[in-house]
Design a protein around this ligand. Structure first.
Ligand code: CA
Length: 437
């Protein structure tokens, strides 16, 4: 499929070259990080991002291509397309319809929160613009993305995937957004994903002996999200959302008909994710901004493992499809978690293109039980710890940005095994440079 797309791209390139101005851009990013155990002790990476844009017309139609090559220590090299799309724009195709945009190829699939799914996939996207109302339909497949550039990790099958390609999942979404009271926006989204991994690789339902080889089950999930955002007063903006998560998950649950009194069966998922944020901009005071954010992801006290751990009844653990970075050091999955964040950023010197920021973070389990973060004990305290993060970004030239981040995490006693490295203090240091070539 990729070869065919490339052939079509090459032909179209010949056909349209000269019609509109094409764009070409290459960025080089170098990143270094150093952190205490249980993170990875150090990493050094170089990434080249290439972008090519070939417009068909002045309405926004055209070919968009972006691809990356990465080389990193500890040793790894990878290449993949992040985006390869053909976009067709039709203005006023019907009465009331301002424009219709059809995108075909590889693009990033996401949802209104950006916290549940953020992943490249191949498929098609229809965007209907009715002026004050926008409707987007997406159908896409993740199984042509290379494993090296995939962050899909909701199931044991995904985590243990040693193949060349990412876990094959079919993703479908419908999203509608409209404006009310001038500047507020309401977004409603329904997202569903179907696990297309080989059924033979799963543990068979009603198996009565617990698996010890790392196998799992099919994980199909759906997410219904309502999000509202807009201004509270001048320069103060809010954002509130709620997601209901459903689906089916293979669970090791009590079964009186089983000789072992337990067996595997698929149980329904009933979960939620909620969030709210406030951001206040003070452009006259060192170009500063201040923000607070709260996220809450449902948990399930009977889960025995961090992934596919349901042990009784429904699964109430929220199950995101891709992971989200919270703290520079500590970044548990959005499952059984209450997350608090306050911070601010400013340009301290008016004559210097330097932005500095600081954030205080707090992490709490919602219910006593399993969370999904390396090394965190299932029976540890509810309040897992707090973190302080400092960031800096400096743009000495328009095509060079230098960034730095330092994070310090103080776990509550008992969150990690007593005496283990990082049980009382963890840190991470990151430095990066991005150059547009
Ligand atoms: Ca349960």
């Amino acid at each position: 499929m990729k070869l065919q797309l490339l052939a079509v791209a090459a032909l179209t390139l010949l056909a349209v070259s000269g019609v509109e101005a094409q764009t070409f851009q290459v960025d080089s990013s170098t990143n270094f990080s150093l952190s205490s155990i249980p993170g990875s002790p150090y990493s050094l990476g170089e990434r080249l991002d290439g972008e090519l844009g070939l417009p068909f017309d002045q309405k926004g139609g055209g070919i968009d291509l972006s691809a990356h090559v990465t080389a990193a220590l500890p040793a790894s090299v990878a290449f993949d397309f992040d985006r390869l799309t053909f976009t067709f724009v039709y203005n006023k195709p019907a009465t009331d319809l301002t424009s219709l945009t059809w995108t075909l190829g590889r693009f990033s699939v996401s949802e209104p929160t950006g916290l549940i799914l953020n992943h490249p996939a191949d498929g098609s996207k229809w965007a209907f613009n009715y002026g004050n109302f926008n409707l987007t339909l997406v159908t896409a497949y993740t199984g042509f993305v290379l494993k090296s550039s995939s962050t899909l990790d909701p199931s044991l099958t995904d985590l243990n995937n040693t193949g060349v390609f990412a876990s094959p999942r079919f993703v479908g979404s419908v999203e509608g957004s409209f404006g009310i009271f001038d500047s507020h926006e309401i977004t409603v989204s329904a997202l569903a994903q179907q696990d297309l991994n080989n059924r033979d690789s799963f543990i068979k339902e009603w198996t009565t002996i617990q698996d010890s080889t790392g196998k799992g089950g099919a994980l199909d999930t759906q997410y219904l999200t309502l999000k509202v955002s807009g201004p509270v007063i001048d320069r103060l903006f809010y954002d509130v959302f709620g997601t209901f998560g459903s689906g089916n998950i293979l669970s090791w649950v009590a079964d009186s008909a089983s000789q072992t009194l337990y067996s595997y069966s698929y149980q329904p998922i009933m979960s939620y994710l909620g969030g709210a944020s406030l951001t206040y901009f003070l452009p006259d005071f060192f170009s500063s901004s201040f923000s607070g954010r709260f996220l809450v992801a449902s948990g399930d006290a009977d889960w025995t493992e961090p992934v596919e751990g349901n042990h009784a009844g429904d699964s109430n653990m929220f199950t995101p499809l891709t992971s989200t970075t919270l703290g520079v050091v500590f970044s548990p999955s959005l499952a059984n978690l209450a997350y608090f964040e306050v911070g601010g950023s400013a340009k301290p010197l008016p004559f210097l293109p330097l932005t500095v920021g600081a954030k205080a973070l707090g992490f709490q389990r919602l219910v006593a039980g399993q969370v999904n973060a390396p090394g965190v004990l299932r029976l540890g305290p509810q309040w897992m710890g707090q973190e302080l993060d400092f960031t800096a970004g400096w743009t000495p030239f328009s095509d060079l940005t230098v960034t730095g981040a330092l994070g310090m995490f103080v776990p509550t006693a008992g969150t990690f095994a007593s005496g283990s490295p990082g049980a009382s203090f963890q840190y991470a240091l990151q430095a990066g440079a991005k150059l547009s070539l």
